[in-house]
Ligand binder design. Structure first.
Ligand code: FAD
Length: 473
């Protein structure tokens, strides 16, 4: 742990958002002795995990006047990580056999994750800190403090001064829609996965799903249950990729990316195949967006890189008053397993992306922010932080990782988390947690249709539960 150089100080901190990141940030900040207010746009805690059957009015979410639906969760969604490695370190995500309404599966449904987050909020009295149905509309630095403008659901505005702002507003709400040559004249329906809920509307259709990362892989299989044909377009696949995938209705294909769409309804893939499609579903990810931040041009988002953040958390010139919890996102399986694509099976060649450790990352980042704000831990000088950021960018350039992947950590996620943990003196990420992620994704590669229900890592599960028992959790 970095030595305490100053007396511990208590700050008045606002956390924006009461999803998994905001909840654990609120807990860590208050444990460290800060006074905390959480501002949350929704009526309840849980963020992304609050499923809404309602989607946005514009299926591609391009209309700036649309009213925003925060969640991107679809009805059939189950976690893509085993529950043991998803939970916070001192509040494990274990099955609740005492309540019949709960989902005890190892890879539970989205409702179970929401219930877990509600349990977490209750256990640590976090709702007391949350002001619901308050949307933050502007955040600006003022004389060393922060002015935060918000409005109620009834439109009443309010502003308040805080010592520090912790941004936990999530980053799976602003769709990234891939550009397809010729799409303007293509006559079919188009929707982004953000607005996908159920497969029903695609019954008997020919559907093209663009993207084969976490959502694309799930949604293509969900739609294949009712559609005539589903064709996945995968940018990560070789140009001649064309394979039928093993699903029960024998109606799912994977292709290389789309070359052009035409006004006769056809879609031509780079592999030369032509499909006459009724719908396109874009599973092409999300963009970082912080519409409320007013930093006089200091902070920008360039090609989905949030410029500039020390260790993805602190903007050097505005820290420690401004910080971000939860920015690093998915990691690629190839990055994680560290194997070249040529040696992968057909399925792995689809280049699955997955979540990596999320909730524990939020927890460790939050502990760091809390400790820095109380001055128990000090940050390097602004120049040193900028040097570190430049070195990170250079390391990405050196191996050809595009700017848009700046906040995807790949194989170094556990190294990163352990660095942050050491910085604030908290325990390192458990061995079993990292190993479960690797083994889970190896299963996903070899048994994509069953990996959530059949596993071969009971040893790691036992290790996790022994660890919970040892810590009396
Ligand atoms: P969110 O949960 O999005 O919470 C942000 C909160 O901020 C929301 O409550 C929102 O209302 C609020 N907010 C936003 N803007 C404002 C504002 N201006 N004013 C006030 N409040 C505001 N991770 C896993 O670990 N396992 C999984 O299986 C998994 N599956 C996923 C599946 C999908 C489809 C997606 C998109 C992501 C998945 N993730 C998964 C990653 C997931 O994002 C994280 O697990 C986590 O829940 C994100 O938490 P968060 O608090 O950062 O953001």
């Amino acid at each position: 742990m970095a030595p305490a150089q100053n007396p511990i100080s208590s700050q008045h901190v606002v956390v924006i958002g009461a999803g998994a990141a905001g909840l654990v940030a609120a807990r860590e900040l208050s444990r460290e002795g800060h006074t905390v207010v959480v501002l949350e746009r929704e009526k309840e805690v849980g963020g992304l995990w609050i499923y809404s059957p309602k989607a946005e009015s514009d299926p591609l979410s391009l209309d700036p006047t649309r009213s925003i639906v925060h969640s991107s969760v679809y009805e059939s969604l189950r976690t893509n990580l085993p529950r043991e490695c998803m939970g916070f370190t001192d509040f494990p995500f274990v099955p609740r056999f005492d309540d019949e309404s709960r989902d005890s599966r190892r890879y539970p449904s989205h409702m179970e994750v929401l219930a877990y987050l509600q349990d977490f909020a209750r256990e640590f009295n976090l709702e007391e800190m949350v002001r619901f149905e308050i949307e933050v509309v502007r955040v600006e630095p003022v004389n060393g403090k922060w002015r935060v403008w918000s409005k109620t659901s009834g439109g009443v505005s309010h502003d308040e001064i805080f010592d520090a702002v912790v941004v936990c507003s999530g980053h799976y709400t602003e769709p990234n829609v891939a550009h397809i040559p010729g799409i303007k004249s293509w006559p079919g329906k188009q929707i982004h996965s953000h607005n996908y809920r159920v497969p029903g509307p695609f019954e008997n259709e020919v559907v093209v799903v663009i993207g084969n990362f976490a959502s694309g892989a799930d949604i293509s299989r969900d739609i294949a249950k009712v559609a005539k044909e589903v064709h996945i377009a995968s940018r990560a696949s070789e140009f001649d990729t064309y394979e039928k995938l093993p699903v029960p209705r024998n109606n799912l294909w994977i292709h290389s990316e789309i070359d052009t769409a035409y006004e006769d309804g056809s879609i031509v893939f780079k592999n030369g195949k032509v499909v006459y499609a009724d719908s396109i579903v874009y599973c092409t990810g999300y963009k970082y967006r912080f519409t409320f931040l007013e930093t006089n041009g200091y902070m920008n988002i360039d090609e989905n890189r949030v410029e500039h953040l020390y260790k993805h958390v602190f903007p050097p010139a505005l820290s420690p008053g401004l910080s971000f919890v939860g920015l690093p996102s998915m990691v690629s399986l190839k990055q994680y397993l560290g194997v070249p694509s040529s040696s992968l099976t057909w399925f792995l060649s689809l280049s699955f992306f997955y979540q990596g450790i999320q909730f524990v990352m939020f927890e460790i980042q939050s502990k760091w922010v809390a400790a820095v704000l109380s001055r128990r831990v000090t940050l390097p000088t602004e120049d040193k932080m900028m040097e570190d950021i430049s070195a990170w960018y250079a390391s990405l350039d050196a191996v050809g990782i595009p700017k848009r992947y700046t906040h995807k950590l790949g194989k170094i996620q556990s190294e990163y988390l352990n660095w942050v943990a050491e910085e604030c003196g908290c325990p390192l990420v458990e061995h079993w947690r990292n190993q479960q992620i690797v083994r889970g994704y190896q299963r996903l590669v070899s048994h994509p249709e069953t990996y959530r229900d059949e596993w071969d890592d009971n040893d790691l599960m036992e290790e996790a539960y022994e660890d919970f028992a040892r810590k009396k959790l």
